[in-house]
Design a protein around this ligand. Sequence first.
Ligand code: KG4
Ligand code: ZN
Length: 353
Amino acid sequence: MIVLGIESSCDDCSISLVEDGFKVLSLKTSSQVEAHKPFYGVVPEIASRLHAQSIDIIFRESLKEAQLRSDQIDVIAVTNRPGLVGSLTVGVSFAKGLAMSLNKPLVGIDHIKAHLYSPFLDNPTKLVKFPLLCLLVSGGHTLLAKQNSLEDIEILGTTLDDACGEAFDKVAKYYDLGFPGGPFIDKIAQEGDEDAYKFPIANTAKIKGEISLDFSFSGLKTAVIHQKEKFLKIGKEDSMKNLVASFQKTAIDSLLINLEKAIELTGIKNIVIAGGVASNSYLRKSMQSLCSRLELEYLIPPLKYCTDNGAMVGGLGYHTFLEKGGDSLNLEVSSRVSSYKYYKHVKGDLKYE
Ligand code: KG4
Ligand code: ZN
């Protein structure tokens, strides 16, 4: 079955053709980085306009790369939640037009679940070991979840303020390092001393003794931007490379601390890491050592499937269609997903909800 995957929830317009959920036949993406660069962030109206300009070109290029005709598409899968409403609307409207003209089923896909599917692309043998513990870290989301099936996730923790990638972007914006900030910080940090500054890791538990798997990055961001001298260790050099290396270490360590707590709480040792920040080299290196220390199995997608892409939508679209069939042409877009369940666990005297 050939599924067309359309992703336009933020600033990447990406279209892919995926065979039977796993084999990526083509992946074409139009990046809008240059247009948003002057603003150091995604400008929703510019994003929607550029999606409208490029989506049919990307579609044709994707068909060409896969050496397929449009009538060979069996299902049209499109991200319809969560994301920027204007951007989502362009992708969903395009998908509806195709579904009508080709007379093929349409499937709306949750962007978060699509990211969580991304490690399985080109990797069918790995899709067997639910439940999984998932860490989704991107510019818009920071989420720790127990995944019982492709469709069923229970939230263990989320961010109380900035998303992790957003913190990278804001620090980079303040110091004029480039946009989006994550890859620039990652590169500069390679030459820095990650122990030069001792930045704080937020404690998100509201009551002493409570287990919290939530995250918080705004205090760290403020410390790095406005109070860096306060956290410089004696004898260490106050330099940009040391600053961003220490920031990166603290931000990623805070993810890994909660991941380790979640492993202890749930006993789950199969881990999936996804989203743009999953490209981070310190995170990827740290996962290797965490996994050998705790004897975990983990999956992290190749870099091309970490950031927003149509292949993860086409891949998940295949399974969603087989399980639930298509959606109606009234498919709506939504900026948020309100239907997630929260994980509940009782351990000793501590109740975690
Ligand atoms: O998943 P994604 O493409 O879009 C969203 O759904 O948000 O993620 C983009 C985010 C940006 O915040 C970007 O700075 C961050 O991922 N990012 C990174 C790296 N590469 C991308 N953050 C840290 N290190 C990286 N190497
Ligand atoms: Zn994303």
